[in-house]
Design a protein around this ligand. Structure first.
Ligand code: EPZ
Length: 425
């Protein structure tokens, strides 16, 4: 196991080329299973989650190769339609294979996906939608035994919650189903639009992605295509906060500023200023941030839940009181107890966290237990005085490509060391 050693207090400034979006690359890799040919997915971030997804594709019989961030998937001849438990449980998003497997193979056998630290991650919306499209799904012994003997049929589906994963599974099932599928109350995240663009390039007929109502007209076959994954808006927010909490300035390239629309006003309220030029964003931070006001996480285009932990870290040293309301996941404040060890002043009551800014944080030994909470610990350590040690780097590797390399590029003093090794500069 490895940990991060960080000595805080450096102003982070410079330029970064943003990684491709994890939450776009994962469903697009799964979508490649629908294609009777070769797909090329450019700017695929090198993460443990994308690596595991490629392992699942290989297990299913696809030929997968990766070079310099471009992944090539040849799904001409899939040979299996089941995903073993160890691969399914390795990450929550493995459920995204259910739709494409049913569409391509007419059957699927999957264990329940991996749990995570954010609270229960039900898949009822995924299953009810696929059943409406004609799938027969039995849930026995932690496994999903699924069949669609006559193929999947289009359906009118209303989601009770705009679930990102359920919307993606429906798109993937509907692309090659017989007939038309309409999804009402669909998720509007930019990653859904990116997935729809890939599917369209493969010959699918998708309209309305990014709005609340999506229509998919099934086609008999999808052909190979090449697609560049969009920039990762949560990684963008993380690097912007890293620079902001250290009073720095940052030039970020390869980001769609529109995908940050709910986050930039919060940073401006805390005193940061921005210049936008195409897919380039420049940020200047004040010496000391002001409180962020009240931040409520909501489905897109609201403030993203994945940015709650990084922004909570930003509030720790801001002058004044900031309030967070986590409306998406039940328990997404696990990082708070570790932030208290660094001198943060946070009180959590259910879905609400109240942060009273302090003049300074102190480096400490802390433990990451999930992806975005782990990123928050790194951000707090960069702002803190003295040295911090952050264990659980494997959680952070799930969503950030070469985090220590990019932060070092901006002037941070950060090292990745084996857990049992002392480190000093
Ligand atoms: C996606 O997860 C993202 N993951 C998450 O990012 C992100 O936090 C989330 O969307 C919300 O934006 C990927 O894209 C791989 P949901 P997903 O289905 O699809 C409930 C990260 O850090 N729900 O929109 O699982 C669910 O319990 C990760 O990058 C049901 O009740 O999110 C949750 O409370 C973390 N039944 C809410 O909906 C269902 O069938 C949002 O879940 C499905 C979801």
């Amino acid at each position: 196991m490895e940990r991060y050693w960080i000595r805080g207090g450096e102003r982070l400034q410079g330029e970064l080329q943003l990684q491709g979006a994890k939450n776009s690359a994962l469903p697009i890799l799964a979508a490649a299973l629908l294609v009777r040919g070769v797909s090329e997915i450019r700017r695929c971030p090198r993460l443990s989650d994308t690596k595991r997804t490629m392992e699942i594709l290989k297990h299913l019989g696809c030929h997968v190769s990766e070079e310099e961030g471009t992944v090539t998937v040849d799904a001409s001849q899939p040979v299996r339609c089941e995903v073993p438990e160890e691969l399914m449980r390795s990450m929550r998003s493995s459920i995204i294979f259910l739709g494409p497997l049913l569409a391509r193979c007419g059957q699927a056998r999957l264990s329940y996906p991996g749990g995570c630290e954010l609270g229960p991650r039900p898949i009822d919306l995924h299953l009810s939608a696929l059943r409406q499209m004609g799938a027969q799904i039995e849930e026995t012994g932690g496994y999903l035994q699924c069949r669609a003997p006559g193929g999947l049929s289009g359906a009118d589906i209303v989601l009770s919650f705009p679930s990102v994963g359920a919307t993606e599974n429906i798109l993937l099932a509907a692309a090659a189903a017989q007939g038309v599928t309409r999804v009402t109350n669909a998720a509007r995240e930019p990653e859904i639009v990116d997935l729809a663009q890939f599917l369209t390039r493969c010959g699918a007929r998708v309209s309305g992605a990014g709005e609340g109502e999506i229509t998919v007209e099934g086609v008999p076959e999808l052909h190979g295509a090449s697609h560049e994954v969009m920039g990762d808006r949560i990684a963008a927010a993380t690097y912007l906060v890293a620079s902001a909490v250290t009073g720095g300035r940052l030039k970020l390239s390869g980001v769609r500023p529109g995908s940050l629309a709910a986050m930039l006003p919060v940073m401006e309220k805390s005193g940061c200023s921005f210049q936008v030029r195409g897919e380039e964003l420049r940020m200047e931070a004040p010496r000391r941030l002001s409180a962020l006001g009240t931040v409520r996480t909501m489905p897109y285009p609201g403030f993203p839940t994945d940015a709650q932990a990084p922004f909570l870290a930003m509030a720790l040293t801001a002058s004044g009181t900031s309030v967070f309301v986590e409306n998406i996941f039940e328990s997404r404040y696990k990082h708070v107890s570790e932030l208290l060890r660094m001198g943060g002043r946070v009180e959590v009551q259910g879905r609400v966290a109240v942060v009273e800014g302090v003049p300074r944080l102190c480096g400490a030994g802390v433990a990451a237990t999930e992806l975005r909470g782990g990123a928050a610990l790194v951000l707090a350590a960069l702002a803190a005085e003295g040295e911090s040690s952050i264990s659980g780097v494997q959680f952070i590797d799930r969503g950030y490509e070469n985090l220590e390399g990019f932060l070092t590029q901006l002037g941070a003093r950060i090292k990745r060391v084996p857990c049992d090794e002392k480190s000093q500069e």
